[in-house]
Design a protein around this ligand. Sequence first.
Ligand code: 13P
Length: 222
Amino acid sequence: MKNIWIIANWKSNKTIAEALDWVDNVGPSIPENENLKVGVCPTFSCLSEVKKAITVGNYPLMVGAQDLSPFDAGAYTGEESAFLLKGLIDLSILGHSERRQNFSETDEIITKKVAQALQNNIMPLICIQSQDTPVPKDCRLVAYEPVFAIGTGKADTPENANEVAKVFKQKYGDDLEVIYGGSVNSSNVQKFVSQPDITGVLVGNASLDAGAFLSIIKALEG
Ligand code: 13P
């Protein structure tokens, strides 16, 4: 049976109190299923509190960052290094289009971030925007997120997303897991996940509300 990844990307949202409220609501309702990989990527300011709440509740919920430093720990003011994040997070989103657009992130910088993540046992979740986006070496989980579909309510078609996923698997190996992101909600999630080459979703807006996020998980159960 294939894995199903359902990852919440909160982007720059939620106070610590709001984050903990979400964990209290979502955590107890996640079904225990070996193939279901549910994760949440809060802001750095919430990370340790979210991690603590998940550990105390013993919820089947992975924790991710939305970014990390391309450098080792040291004299890099403002950066969050993988070495310091290790232990707090299981994975990190890297190369999101919002970082490429607003923070001038290049494929070269993303490759350095991936190396830092891997050295510190953090799973990189690479965002690709098109068939031309390179996937750095040793990345086994990528999210296809076409820019036109992000935050617009206009998701790509599941068939087209599957075509892109297929191309990436042909290019980088069949064990590459490809998930889809861009206006995913409880009404369309099943159509994406039932595609043969898509193994989950990365969810922005619809992940912010605990009930909306749970309804995405529920939509896959039925
Ligand atoms: P939306 O689900 O809000 O379209 O965002 C998708 C996204 O960017 C997830 O990383």
